[in-house]
Design a protein around this ligand. Sequence first.
Ligand code: ASP
Ligand code: MG
Length: 417
Amino acid sequence: MKVYKFGGASVRNAEGVRNLRKIIDDERNLFIVVSAMGKTTNALERVFGGLQRGDRAASLATIGELREYHAAIVGELWHGPKRLDRVEALFGELETIANETVYRPEDAELWYDAIVSYGELVSTTIISEYLNYAGVTNAWIDMRRCLLTEQRHKDAGVDIEASAPRLRAALEARPAPVYVGQGFIGGAPDGTTTTLGREGSDYSAAVAAHILDAESMSVWKDVDGVLNADPKIFPDAEQIAELNYLDTIELAYSGAQIIHPKTIKPLQNKNIPLYVRPFGDKRKPGTVIRGMSAPVQVPILILKKDQVLLTIRSRDFSFVLEEKFATIFALLERFRIKTNLIHNSAVNLSLCIDRTWHIDEAVVALRDAGFDVMKAEQMELLTIRGYTEALWNKYARGPRIFVCQSTQATVRIVRKA
Ligand code: ASP
Ligand code: MG
């Protein structure tokens, strides 16, 4: 078995879907994991935003646009008007949620997942039907029933052990040369739909590869492979031919948008190689990620945007802040805040965190717990691994730096964006 993952950019239009069919070619024993088409997930976040604000009309208008966007792709794939009943039914369900949900802020994440999961349900339904039409016999797999996640919404982890028998049983129930499953979504123990965190389809594919003992996993992307930097920000970016799991996790954690940070562990556990390959040209080699690759030789630059810097100080100027670390981190965990960099002095603890919904609540709770908290917004985190003075001067140096941390090989700075 091989696992192929196709991201939203690859299947953003009919041409992309046809190309996916070409890539599958006459491959058998293949499990494909697909994301939502194009920017659908962002649009669904706006549908949720409407629900949150009590603006149902805005939600329904966005659903209407999504209906049209997908209908246009279907029309082009079938060369003329074509109605897919299953797709219509999914949009109907989504409209019902937008119309009838009695929204409560405590359930924000629950409804977020209920809505945002439709992107993958719709994309895989279209692609599965199209593949059948184009001569690729396949079975549509409902990942909500196969990947059992923890009871947590919006950023759920998968219980791989418990999911294994479910996924295997789903394939055995409908033997087919090709299986089509949704990325990004799963089901919680209480039966509600969960999502695995933005860009989580890679993780879904890795979990499937692990469970199915795949010989390899390939992520088909709109780039030639993994680069050592984002070429939009760092013009001298170059492609890396081979990476090991460890370097890849470090890169993903620092914010490199190669693959979702949670992807590597399920693969590493079974030593499954991961290929990052260009969607546009199947003949190009791409990048291979596996356990035995040598550490990367080129410097790597990663810029993580949308960061907030919290500086926390104990009000009694306690010089033993360490004692309070446990309190602080437990509190941050309660508000689901992810820390990307930690810096401490005798009385201050600075944390660079992702901007999320709950920061202000966390700040209030920290203040209630006896801390002074300063919040600096619009920050970014730059990581340079294997830095040189020239790279420092070119990309890092400047007046906007709030925190700078360096080890022998790596420098990380938090600065005003
Ligand atoms: N569609 C989801 C997102 O855009 C998951 C993914 O693309 O991996 O975040
Ligand atoms: Mg996506």
